[in-house]
Design a protein around this ligand. Structure first.
Ligand code: UGA
Length: 437
């Protein structure tokens, strides 16, 4: 099939590369000229396992191309996926201006039947707006369909998630649209849930909100575990083995981050409010998430006493492992909090250093944040070591060496990657999340 992908961000780029890899001809469009030039040479600006190779391979095979020219892509394609960003406005509502602009551009250039699919996470009723916009601005009186096909891929495992999804959701209004999308997704051999457009839009928001709720729920339980002297890891295992609940997304930590959960949650609260329902449950999920970040700085002062002037070693910056993405990363928030309290930071992350350097590039912050070569350089002369992202390489460190390098043998494990009794045996003062030793 011939496919246009409008917006070569995370979702657009992975979707485009995967569809090309399945044998389709994919035209990827982005308004950022520099990005397009880099992509056309097979250089991608994000770290996602396997993506660079897949993009290069499909460029070479002539199945994938990048351009800023939406007009040609629309004309050449049968299916057009809208994958542009929907950032948050100051009040938490999703900003849909880019979706509107893209819809107008598509409308001006349709010259034969097209299936226009929203893949970006959008508020319910966006599909209707896209349809109205295309009807109002199309130059030729050709037929078209709008569909919703939300994406459920996670950063760090994006290709695997795309190629082996638990389910594919398609919200359609016509048999023709349904048939095209069934055909397109046939090679994935995954269950397909067919709904109306509005239900598909809500499935995406409800899924992300439910997962975020699981995380805040377990984080709240972790507070009770700490107070009662229980172990959250054992509690999560015991709870999660109930198949009705499931073990996934029950890892307590420093809170969820990333470009999706925080943004989608506040957008969903906003949508509900607009529809006349106050989603108090999700407001509490947000609140617990914020408190979890504040709690970690409390743990530091409990162990090292006064924070001002002290050097804190931070391992992990990205919002989760296997990505260099630091958007809404709890680690960045925690570092900001520590800097405001007068701490100095030494830090290391396997992939996210470059992006973090840009955040702390101001003269004051630059002096207070030192970027290190590895975990050991981070530990040298630091008062304690803070684990903020559960990268695999942090699970296998030389603890004897770390102990010698730190001023005090204190580890604050924001992701519960170590065994508390083993840490104690090695002579560390160790504290995790919701664990009692
Ligand atoms: C999330 C969803 O998982 C995807 O299904 C969805 O497609 C995507 O958002 C999106 O809307 O585009 P992602 O943001 O890539 O994917 O990352 P997750 O793996 O969901 O992790 C989100 C955050 O929750 C991370 O900060 C992670 O550390 C945290 N988390 C996750 C926990 O604190 N505990 C857990 O048990 C699981």
């Amino acid at each position: 099939m011939k496919i246009a992908i409008i917006g070569a961000g995370y979702v657009g780029l992975v979707t485009g590369a995967c569809f090309a890899n399945l044998g389709n001809r994919v035209y990827c469009i982005d308004s950022d000229r520099k990005k397009v030039e880099a992509l056309a040479k097979g250089r991608i600006t994000i770290y996602e396992p396997g993506l660079q190779e897949m993009v290069k391979h499909n460029l070479g095979e002539g199945r994938l191309s990048f351009s800023t020219n939406i007009k040609t892509a629309v004309k050449k394609s049968d299916i057009i996926f809208i994958c542009v960003g929907t950032p948050s406005k100051d009040n938490g509502e999703a900003n849909l201006l880019d979706i509107e602009n893209v819809s107008r551009e598509i409308a001006k250039n349709v010259d034969s039947y097209k299936l226009i699919v929203e893949k970006s996470t959008v508020p319910v009723e966006t599909g209707e707006w896209v349809k109205k916009t295309i009807n109002a601005f199309r130059k030729k009186n050709v037929k078209f369909d709008v569909a919703s096909n939300p994406e459920f891929l996670r950063e760090g495992t994006a290709i695997e998630d795309f190629m082996r999804p638990d389910r594919i959701v398609i919200g359609v209004e016509s048999g023709r649209a349904k048939k095209i999308l069934f055909e397109l997704y046939k090679p994935l051999n995954a269950p397909i849930v067919v709904t109306d457009i509005k239900s598909a839009e809500i499935i995406k928001h409800a899924s992300n909100s439910f997962l975020a709720t699981k995380i805040s729920f377990i984080n709240a339980i972790s507070v009770i575990c700490e107070k009662a002297g229980a172990d959250i890891e054992k509690v999560a295992k015991g709870v999660g083995l109930d198949r009705r609940i499931g073990r996934g997304f029950l890892s307590a930590g420093i809170g969820f981050g990333g470009s999706c959960f925080p943004k989608d949650l506040s957008a969903f609260i906003h949508i509900a409010d607009r529809l006349g329902y106050r989603f108090g449950l999700l407001e509490e999920v947000e609140k617990i998430n914020e408190e979890q970040k504040a709690r970690i700085t409390g743990k530091i002062s409990q162990l090292i006493w006064n924070i001002p002037g002290k050097t804190i070693g931070v391992l992990g910056l990205s919002f989760k492992p296997n990505t260099d993405d630091i958007r809404n990363a709890p680690a960045i928030d925690i570092i900001e909090r520590l800097l405001r309290q007068g701490a100095k930071i030494k830090t290391y992350d396997p992939k996210a250093m470059q992006k973090t350097k840009k955040v702390f590039s101001g003269p004051d912050k630059k002096k207070s944040v030192i970027f290190c070569r590895d975990a050991y350089e981070t530990a040298r002369g630091s008062e304690c070591l803070l684990i903020l992202t559960d990268w695999n390489e942090f699970k296998e460190l030389d603890f004897k060496r770390l102990k010698k390098l730190l001023k005090q043998p204190i580890i604050i494990d924001g992701r519960n990657i170590y065994d508390p009794s083993e840490m104690k045996r090695l002579g560390f003062v160790y504290t995790g999340i919701g664990r009692h030793i």
